[in-house]
Design a protein around this ligand. Structure first.
Ligand SMILES: [Zn+2]
Length: 289
């Protein structure tokens, strides 16, 4: 069963309680009622309904209809660029989404939990615009998640369950903080990356690393020119599968500024852009711990 089938099989309707600045709570509701837009049998269909009415909405009113793009079947020989954004959502997420929409480009967001009020809405916006949401980490705290395998799985599961409750999506693609090749984890637990990467498949996940990067993590705010040049020079443009590491954080406004040039450059190099799915090329690094 592929990811799409799993999503459909796992499809459930969750109620999104749209609070007025007082936070958002989610309750599960059975599917019912009429709805305009995509059919529930459409790939990736997710409906989010309000559970309680307010001045403008009745209980069960459709708050959002999300139809995520089905996993793309990529014809052999197609050069694919998978732009990936780690650590969001952030205040820059809407700007990134706007640029991606302007260029008609899909991407993948490896998110972490944030307490900010925009967190849930930006996750929904990202999915609704046809991008892939993917799991990065709930805490992104190296000392915590790499202290033991059970600590790691409990952190990842917490994020998985939170997003599933919010969106109905059973997300099974993930990226290790620091990548699978990180050595920082050795400070906390010897051999943990070997154990975690070995266990990914049996846990029902696929992890993704990257094979090019825009260099926006080389400092807090690198110059736009640096990021554009780094994205170009780090990529082997003969490769059929490029996975570009970028970041989506409040500080990285220059990543946003660089994005149009990066998209244009790789488009000119013959690349199509796509969102990762479970069966995409994972660009695994060598494991060093
Ligand atoms: Zn990260």
């Amino acid at each position: 069963m592929n990811l799409l089938s799993k999503i459909i099989a796992a499809f459930e309707v969750f109620a999104l309680c749209v609070g007025l600045g007082v936070g958002v709570a989610c309750l599960r509701e059975p599917s019912s009622g009429e709805i305009a837009g995509p059919a529930e049998t459409d790939p990736g269909f997710v409906r989010i309904t309000t559970a309680t009415g307010d001045a403008s909405t009745e209980p069960g009113t459709t708050a959002a209809v999300i139809t995520t793009a089905p996993p793309a079947t990529v014809p052999e020989g197609t050069k694919m660029m998978y732009l990936t954004f780690d650590d969001g959502p952030s205040k820059n997420t809407p700007k990134i989404l706007k640029i991606l929409a302007d260029y008609g480009v899909k991407a993948t967001f490896f998110v972490i939990h944030h307490d900010e009020s925009y967190y849930q809405q930006y996750l929904i916006d990202t999915l609704a615009q046809g991008h892939a949401l993917a799991l990065h980490s709930y805490t992104h705290d190296y000392g915590r998640i790499y202290s033991s395998t059970s600590a790691f799985w409990s952190d990842l599961t917490k994020l998985h369950d939170e997003i599933q409750q919010l969106t109905g999506q059973d997300i099974r693609i993930t990226r290790f903080p620091g990548g699978s090749s990180n050595t920082i984890s050795a400070s906390y637990c010897d051999g943990i990356m070997t154990e975690l990467t070995d266990a990914m498949e049996s846990r029902g996940y696929q992890y993704f690393d990257w094979n090019c990067e825009d260099g926006d993590a080389d400092g807090n705010t690198m110059s736009t020119e640096y990021i554009i040049n780094h994205a170009r020079s780090s990529a082997n443009t003969e490769s059929e599968h490029l996975i570009m590491l970028c970041h989506d954080t409040d500080a990285k406004s220059t990543t946003v500024d660089a994005l149009p040039s990066i998209i244009e450059y790789f488009r000119d190099q013959g690349y199509s852009f796509g969102a990762l799915d479970f069966n995409s090329y994972p660009a695994h690094h060598g494991v060093n711990n």
